[in-house]
Design a protein around this ligand. Structure first.
Ligand code: HSE
Length: 284
């Protein structure tokens, strides 16, 4: 069997709604081999039907490769589902990679070709891009229908952790909460914040990051889905050495700090839900 892994990701990263993504040193692991019939093991049986996203991604990639065949996969799903950590992007990318590894032969698809297939299946490229390319990515769907991405390095002066709760939310529902239009002042702020957020993440300028990480597109509307949000935001940001953002569509929360020991010292005593504090490295 061939082994590979695909990382967890946080989409949005503050002002980069449907555009920015970060990849972490936290992975689903997959072991794959050629087979005559689809066999998926190691995950919830609900994810082993023919229409599961791993199989859809595998079949789309096989079409592109013009190959026929099936697979056997055993996977260890470490990334919790419906938590805003890109678990579906990880599974889609893994389905594409499985076809490419097992059946690509000497004409394997490039990472960009896999990015095109996986983004089309997921509907937006912001988790898929970092899951494939690592680091911080900005990605978009062009008018031609093609997806485009650019990768940036994140400064090692910044420290990342995610706070994962013991409840789930649905991205579909979280998208429905967003307004159809925004005020001009909010749109203008989002332009400057997003450009300067990339600068802050690359340079490690934490004062700049604190100023420009504010989002007006999704966080104000989604925070009500997240129990304990106000308490955690106040607790994380009280000493001025960390900011709290929603990871993807939530409910996981993303902490960025300039203090190496921030996550070790963080005490969340007054929460209703259980929260796992997980320090992570952003992949190079
Ligand atoms: N950008 C997407 C959203 C990510 O916030 O709805 C969801 O995975």
């Amino acid at each position: 069997m061939i082994k590979f892994k695909v990382p967890a990701t946080s989409a949005n990263v503050g002002p980069g709604f449907d555009c920015f993504g970060l990849a972490y040193s936290f992975y689903n692991e997959y072991q794959v081999e050629k087979a005559d019939k689809m066999l998926i093991e190691g995950c919830d049986p609900a994810h082993t039907t023919k229409d599961n996203i791993f199989n859809v991604a595998f079949n789309e990639t096989m079409k592109k490769l013009k190959k026929k065949g099936s697979f056997h996969v055993y996977y260890k799903p470490a990334i919790p589902s419906s938590r805003g950590l890109g678990s579906s992007a990880s599974v889609i990318v893994a389905g594409c990679k499985t076809a490419n590894i097992l059946y690509g032969g000497i004409k394997k698809l490039s990472d960009d070709e896999i990015f095109q297939i996986a983004s089309k299946i997921e509907g937006h490229p912001d988790n898929v891009a970092p899951a494939i390319f690592g680091g911080l990515t900005a990605s978009t769907k062009l008018n031609s229908g093609k997806f485009f991405h650019k990768k940036y390095k994140v400064s090692n002066k910044l420290y990342f952790s995610v706070l994962i709760p013991n409840f789930k939310t649905s991205t579909e529902m979280a998208r429905k909460l967003l307004p159809k239009s925004y005020k001009k002042e909010e749109a203008v702020a989002m332009l400057s914040h997003s450009v300067l957020m990339v600068e802050a993440l690359q340079s490690g300028n934490f004062d700049l990051l604190k100023t420009v990480c504010k989002d007006y597109i999704h966080e104000p509307y989604r925070k009500k889905l997240i129990k304990d949000y106000d308490y955690i935001k106040k607790t994380v940001e009280k000493n001025g050495d960390a900011v709290l953002l929603i990871s993807g569509s939530g409910p996981t929360l993303l902490v960025i700090s300039n203090n190496k020991n921030f996550s070790k010292k963080l005490k969340l005593k007054g929460t209703k839900a259980l929260w796992l504090v997980k320090p992570l490295k952003v992949l190079k």
